[in-house]
Design a protein around this ligand. Sequence first.
Ligand SMILES: [Zn+2]
Length: 101
Amino acid sequence: MKVKKGDNILVITGKDKGKTGKVLRALPKERKVLIEGVNMKVHNIRPKKQGEKGQIVKVPAPIFTSNVKVICSKCGKAVRVGYKIEGDKKDRICKKCGQST
Ligand SMILES: [Zn+2]
């Protein structure tokens, strides 16, 4: 997974194309990420007690990491990231500016 929690991303495809947001959670097994404000789904909450009103809330649903690009914290552009391995250290780097991100 090249996208991790706390990353800022840009959505590059789908109905939320062009939106940016912060990764709330990474789901490596599904190769998906949950992003703040992206792929919002309407959720109906049923009333718990009689006489109470139900609620409609919007919650983000996970989307595939292939639909997003990481926004580099150094150059601020939506980029492809790679890894640089030095000894036993693995650094994620921006392919545009070459800085670790
Ligand atoms: Zn960069």
